[in-house]
Design a protein around this ligand. Structure first.
Ligand code: ZN
Length: 295
């Protein structure tokens, strides 16, 4: 029993050290134009893909499909009405399912970034690269611009090989950092998010494979106040906030109305930079280059 516990602790320490070895903080960031906070509104355009991968019944697939038919258009309209730029993380297969919506994201000047080929990363390295190349090609062909960012489990090696600049998938810091493969190679900027600022954690009724007791239908006003508190804290600190949305979750009318109130409140304060992830990543790369570059 004691031996088993010691082994468990020692495995945890090893895992922690391995993770720590891939991480490089960048120190305080000065945002452009005198802004005091950068806010990334991001939307993961999963539609029914993730649910299909999990073999969910058709009524659950339909909930995902709402995102492609209705939710995505409402989010584009919302961001456009505020003259702001957001980032849409889009699986390659969505280009086949909802090409008009993907094109509309790009036409409105929003960033279109990778969210895997079909919402999974194969463990075989050759297949992984094939999936990433397919998704990159599909997004590039539809939008006319090669994606530079991803929200995925892809390895740093595969991502840098295909020219990616940033990843927005981790939660191990609050602001932007550099990450690498543990050997100081294949560096990427990490734009962290957290489930506390993720619509699915509050509003996802029948989150995939979830039990009845796990259904979430929060009061939008309550969520607005929680997210506002997170924003205010970062605003005072001069920091960064990444808001994670899903068209099939936030595309519902009362949640669009809540996001409208949230963005309106943010814009009432001076120095709020509502930017795309690419804009933030490029600014960080320029002003806080990776240690190996400055060495
Ligand atoms: Zn997703």
């Amino acid at each position: 029993m004691r031996d088993a516990l010691h082994k468990e602790v020692s495995d945890l320490v090893t895992a922690h050290r391995a993770d720590q070895a891939t991480f490089e903080g960048v120190g305080p960031i000065t945002w452009p134009g005198g802004h005091r906070i950068a806010v990334n509104f991001t939307a993961d355009f999963d539609a029914m893909l993730l649910r299909r991968l999990n073999d969910e019944p058709s009524e659950q697939l339909a909930k995902g499909e709402f995102g492609g038919r209705v939710g995505i258009w409402r989010l584009i309209e919302l961001f456009d009405s505020h003259a702001m730029k957001a980032t849409f993380f889009i699986p390659g297969r969505i280009c086949e399912l909802y090409p008009r919506a993907v094109r509309a994201c790009a036409m409105s000047g929003h960033e279109v970034a990778d969210h895997m080929w079909e919402h999974r990363v194969p463990s075989d390295p050759r297949l992984e690269r094939d999936h990433l190349a397919r998704a990159t090609r599909a997004l590039t062909e539809l939008t006319g611009k090669r994606p530079v960012g991803t929200r995925s489990w892809h390895t740093a090696e595969a991502l840098t090989e295909q020219g990616y600049l940033y990843r927005s998938h981790g939660s191990d810091a609050h602001g932007p950092t550099w990450s690498h493969d543990g050997n100081g190679r294949n560096r990427l900027i990490e734009l962290p998010f957290h489930y506390a600022i993720d619509d699915a954690m509050f509003f996802s009724f029948a989150w995939y494979k979830s039990a009845t007791s796990e259904q979430r239908l929060s009061d939008p006003d309550r969520v607005l106040e929680m997210w506002w508190a997170a924003f205010e804290q970062q605003y005072r600190a001069g920091g960064y906030l990444n808001v994670c949305l899903h068209p099939f979750v936030s595309g519902r009318a009362m949640r669009i109305a809540m996001l409208d109130r949230l963005i309106t409140r943010m814009k009432e304060l001076p120095g709020v930079w509502l930017a795309s992830c690419e804009q933030v990543a490029r600014h960080v790369a320029e002003t806080c280059p990776a240690p190996s570059v400055t060495a």
